[in-house]
Design a protein around this ligand. Structure first.
Ligand SMILES: C[S@@+](CC[C@H](N)C(=O)[O-])C[C@H]1O[C@@H](n2cnc3c(N)ncnc32)[C@H](O)[C@@H]1O
Length: 187
């Protein structure tokens, strides 16, 4: 049996930044490999809401076709400027901004957002950024097999809303024992 594929160099760099800054919210590699695979199907512009230390953006850039634009927004100035510098020559547009300002660059063919950030906003605000056939990847859910999705004794209403939305084909993918990701594609 051969070893799993190497980490892309961009991802290694971003992981190093996470380690150096003690940043623990970074996307896991299982999610990252999924992102790169999905990004490989995308033309136009891909957006990430919440850059962190750039790990998600690095996976997206590594998978996406060269002509596909990757743009990411981060509210924290130190993180945003650190990632901007790190990716200065890597064809990733990093904004120090609230992710809602990404609307100026829409429509997107793929949006990557974590559940925590997504819960702070109206879902329709995200839906409006996606073109036909546009895909959204929502990270950081707690796996559950129940319907409606129940976590810690409460219905996960964000997950329920995406999975029930007739405008989307949507799937809940358990990428690791402790993490589930939603992938929704606009019909
Ligand atoms: C879970 S982390 C993101 C991890 C990152 N996507 C990755 O792949 O490693 C969430 C990030 O979103 C940022 N954030 C929170 N609210 C935001 C907002 N309204 N606009 C932009 N960034 C935001 C936080 O500062 C934090 O760095």
């Amino acid at each position: 049996m051969s070893a799993p594929p190497e980490m892309p160099e961009l991802v290694t760099r971003a992981l190093r930044m996470s380690l150096e800054r003690g940043y623990v919210q970074t996307s896991r590699s299982e999610t990252g490999r999924l992102l790169a695979t999905l990004a490989a199907t995308r033309t136009g512009t891909i957006a990430e809401c919440g850059t962190g230390c750039g790990v998600g953006a690095a996976w997206l850039r590594s998978g996406a076709p060269k002509a596909t634009r990757v743009i990411t927004a981060e509210l924290d100035p130190e993180l945003a400027h650190g990632v901007m510098e790190m990716f200065e020559h890597d064809d990733i547009d990093v904004l120090h901004a609230d992710w809602t300002t990404l609307a100026d660059h829409a429509p997107f063919t793929l949006i990557f957002i974590d559940a925590g950030t997504a819960r702070t906003t109206e879902r329709e605000q995200i839906v409006d950024l996606l073109g036909d056939g546009g895909m959204i990847v929502l990270d950081d859910f707690v796996p559950t097999a129940s319907w409606p999705p129940i976590v810690a004794g409460r219905i996960d209403s964000l997950r329920q809303a995406w999975l029930s939305d007739e405008r989307f084909a949507c799937v809940d993918v358990m990428v690791a024992e402790d993490t589930s990701v939603l992938i929704a594609v606009r019909r």
